[in-house]
Design a protein around this ligand. Sequence first.
Ligand code: DX5
Ligand code: ZN
Length: 214
Amino acid sequence: MRINPSILSADFANMTAELAKVETADMIHVDVMDSVFVPNLTFGLPVVENWRTVSKTPFDVHLMIDDPDQWAPKYAEKSEMVTFHVESASDPQRIIDRIRELGTRAGIAIKPGTPLEPYKELIHQLDQLLVMTVEPGFGGQKFMHEVLSKIRQAREIIDEENPSCYLQVDGGINSETIVLASEAGADTFVAGSAIFGAEDPEQAIHQLRVAASR
Ligand code: DX5
Ligand code: ZN
């Protein structure tokens, strides 16, 4: 069970200290938004590159952008994992190849309303499949229970095609919803507000890990 804190809920004015608080996490989840693919704007490549130099924990970059074909390889040069949305990708196969050529792990993400079926053939070569459990764009939203059946379906396909692929969920994950997502088959959990909003982020990571393994 992997726990990846989303720095979207961190204090951007104190990132060195914020990153030091979550060193027990598996990876740091880095939400890149461009105000086109989603109605919010966060940070870009120079900022991610800078933060990476002060983090002891590898980066799991989540690209919520309109042009992953152009940008995914650039983020792959600076991080350990890059996951892009298929909804805005013109050639997902080519993006996966380019990320992996750089020695970086590659993932695809799907929004709550996007079916998994058309992307089944990509799964055998993925390092991560991200099933969004909120509409991408903002932290602190409510977990969408209707996505649980898609998580179960993803688990079945991954077990058949590529058992080493991570099944990640992102959005509204807390110590209750993580149990549901884990029961449905997820093994990698992003949490922003539940970790950075907690008094003790390290303790929050521990509690989520325990809940996910229940
Ligand atoms: C939403 C982002 C998430 C977000 C999760 O678009 O992709 O990573 O930061 O935040 P919480 O855990 O607060 O829902
Ligand atoms: Zn995310």
